[in-house]
Design a protein around this ligand. Structure first.
Ligand code: SF4
Length: 325
């Protein structure tokens, strides 16, 4: 019987699921992913998370709770830095400790630290540490890793062709065809935010689908190659040291420069420290360099579909009144 490795459907899942799925499967494990976020997952997360946690972290707790009795190993890596001199939000760094101290009866936890802040090419060391939970031979682990990185690259290439991560992940999980990307829409809106907020349909109240149903073409930072958003972020007067912040703000600067989007909707989670700064900087650059509608939508566990829909409709109407329809 293969060992079952649990991957919570939250946070880094929306960026790196293809990589980890392929890596663990190459090493003979069976992957178990928690179900899509629902009310009971959120309620379980709120019950055991610390009060100060942002919504996505609370949701992560809920997914761990949903998985813990179904797997032999729980994958809860400590993501510190994935590129040189740039860091992931501190909440990611503390996740394994926070989960351990608040969620009881966990299976064996894979809590390997990924810190590439000093040397981006040192990825094999933590990859081997993870691999050793399933396989003792480094050579086999390295091969599994190289193949998984190729698979992740294929996933990212599909994003850069204009497909949203939610569609690509769906096609990977269920073997579904990717939807045809359509450019014939009444307007184009950039929805900017962390992938775990945008594509978790429960957290986001399915806002991407609602916008599409209103005839809006939706683009997000995830379909912009990292090299492009990095190049824009490098124009900032000060170096941005958050990986995700660099990506979001770099994308906004790209949209401003390219001039193809009719409005920008910034989606943030209540309690997110990095977003309070990135959102404010984004708004300032939009106001200064290209006066298109810019709206912030803050989500928390009390957000309701009706309220979000009203905001979306008002935003789309505002863009229409400016002569785009
Ligand atoms: S970046 Fe913001 S939303 Fe994401 S984990 Fe950190 S505090 Fe939470």
């Amino acid at each position: 019987m293969p060992l079952k490795v649990g991957i919570p459907r939250a946070l880094f899942f929306y960026y790196y699921y293809p990589l980890w799925k392929r890596f663990f499967e190459n090493l003979g494990a069976q992957i178990v992913v928690s179900p899509p976020t629902n009310k009971s997952i959120i309620d379980a997360g709120i019950k055991c998370a610390v009060d100060e946690a942002c919504l996505p972290v609370k949701v992560y707790y809920g997914h761990v709770t949903a998985l813990k009795n179904k797997v032999d190993l729980m994958f809860l890596p400590r993501l510190v830095s994935l590129e040189r001199k740039t860091y992931i939000c501190p909440k990611f760094m503390g996740l394994p400790d926070m989960i351990r101290s608040n969620v009881k009866d966990l299976p064996t936890v894979i809590d390997t630290t990924f810190d590439l802040s000093k040397n981006s090419s040192s990825i094999y060391r933590p990859a081997r540490e993870v691999g050793h939970f399933l396989e003792s031979r480094d050579r086999i682990i390295d091969q599994a890793w190289d193949d998984a990185e190729e698979f992740q690259k294929e996933f990212e290439d599909r994003l850069y062709k204009g497909h949203l991560p939610c569609d690509v992940l769906d096609s990977l999980e269920k073997g579904k065809e990717l939807p045809v990307t359509c450019n014939m829409k009444r307007m184009c809106v950039a929805v900017v935010g962390h992938a775990y907020n945008l594509y978790d349909t429960h957290i986001s109240m399915d806002l991407i689908r609602h916008l599409k149903n209103m005839g809006v073409k939706v683009i997000t930072p995830d379909i912009i190659p990292t090299a492009v958003s990095d190049a824009y972020a490098n124009r900032l007067p000060k170096r941005m040291f958050w990986t995700m912040g660099k990506r979001l703000l770099g994308s906004v600067l790209h949209y401003i420069d390219e001039g193809k989007v009719d409005g920008i909707l910034y989606v943030e989670a209540f309690g997110c420290g990095p977003d309070s700064m990135i959102e404010d900087l984004s708004a300032r650059y939009v106001r200064r360099d290209r006066k298109i509608p810019f709206q912030v939508l803050t989500l928390d566990e009390h957000s309701g579909t009706a309220g979000v829909m009203t905001r979306l409709e008002a935003f789309v109407d505002m863009i229409s009144w400016r002569g785009v329809s």
